[in-house]
Design a protein. Sequence first.
Length: 247
Amino acid sequence: EIDYLRKHGITADYKKMEYSINKGLWGTSIGGKETLHSEQTLPEEAYPSQITAEGEEHLKLSFDKGELCAVNGQPYADKVEAIRAVEAIGSKFGIGRDMHIGDTIIGIKGRVGFEAAAPMLIIAAHKMLEKHTLTKWQIYWKDQVATWYGMFLHEAQYLEPVMRDIEAMLLSSQRNVTGTVELILRPRNYTLVGVESSYDLMKTDFGEYGEVNKAWTADDVKGFTKILGNQIKIYYNVQKRNEKPEK
């Protein structure tokens, strides 16, 4: 196509035209000659958003029942605008650049570059808030069904009835995921600082990890240890009884 345009006297920035760029709310995909091979990556100039920020910048993302509701203290009724605000802040640092390798429903693997500052920052902050506000098994099962949901959605199964069941579970899991997460942004990377939430399960009035406990005594620990190890003790005793002496 480029050769055809040149032949007919049409000039343009053909370097940019070497890449297929598809921009959306949840990131921008970039395809080019490098993405057709496994061993290459995209050059800096292929990315639509160039790095302009220097130094560090603090970013605070607030969530209400799992949904982004404020950016740096500025509330957003429109969640789309909230995502765009995070994208504008993060993209100038070049955050969210990577390569994605995925499987198609016809069995072919595809490779594409992308930049997605907002999703990277929002997901990272959201996951940290979940770690503070959900139990171990809530996190485990939420992640399991979320993976299935993503695969079904990607493979055009949105109308499958089980999707509504998964959505109900995911919605329920987010009822306590409310609070604010602070991040520090730097060129090409970010750091999660911490969270503030009234639902934080790291409540110091119950105890401090590795420091002090207020919920049980040393005698309670002895009993707990015996009960916790009881099945393993039984297993090895049975194994020992059934061991045949070597001749």
